[in-house]
Design a protein around this ligand. Sequence first.
Ligand code: SF4
Ligand code: MG
Length: 319
Amino acid sequence: PVDMVERLGRMLKGSAAPRSVLAVAGVDLAVREGEVIGLVGESGCGKSTLGRMLTGILPPSAGQILYKGTPVNKLTPVLRREYDLGVQMIFQDPYSSLNPRMRVLDIIGEGPVVHGLVKRSGKEAYVSELMQKVGLDPAYRFRYPHQFSGGQRQRIGVARALALKPSVLVCDEAVAALDVSIQAQVLNLFIQLRHEFALTYIFISHNLGVVSHISDRVAIMYLGRIVELADTDTIFSRANHPYTQALIKELPVLRTGQRQFDPIKGELPSPIDPPPGCPFHPRCPMAMDRCKVERPLLRDINSGGVQHLSACHLNQETP
Ligand code: SF4
Ligand code: MG
């Protein structure tokens, strides 16, 4: 059972950088148990930072991350352990996240042994079962990462995360490095494992098309802020925010496989020095004078219905 609510405040300090970078700000996101929530935005928009904070790799410098209602830095040792094991991350590059000198048996099996989830004597059987669950032949358990294809390596990464019996998986661009045909297979694996292991996913991607396959709800991020959040069908049928509408226009036309050439104009501004007012205004075809000076708040535009949040002044013209 997971009730993970994530509240982040104003600033995030770049871990190594000497100056503060506004990477994620004003994000207030509750992740519901058992759901798949997609986080979409261009690279540099703060998605990965948010993912790393959720898994505890990166501490937020302000604001807080709550696990079962308690800030993660104030968890009791028992809950802290549950959080550390229970929230696992799947990375974009399966190769660089796997130790090249370790056999798959150890990559997947050492963590659970060290954490006392399985006895050392049971490790091989435990790993073999997990390899089967993710579609790998257990006979390959003595092989090394370089002996596998990209898609297989991502399956190893998934098995390594599952070995710690997580309830939440944060997947950061988890299929982006794979060939398109392999992407679909790995996405299907995620969908299958979700039900089998009762997982909650936070699925981070720059690709709205990829996210839509797997997500119940989608959060669209721009320059470190959520600008729209709704269930997936609503995002596609009734996108409200001009940035979301532009992202949808950029999706390939599914039937013909052709791309509509209507790219979002302009560069993504630096998150260190975001534009005043609505951060999307320099690129927004609908921008008004007000947008240059006043930041729109994220509000529920679906009064009385299912939550549909959007941050755009166009909604506030007709209250
Ligand atoms: Fe565009 Fe203004 Fe809405 Fe921002 S607030 S998305 S600039 S219309
Ligand atoms: Mg990223």
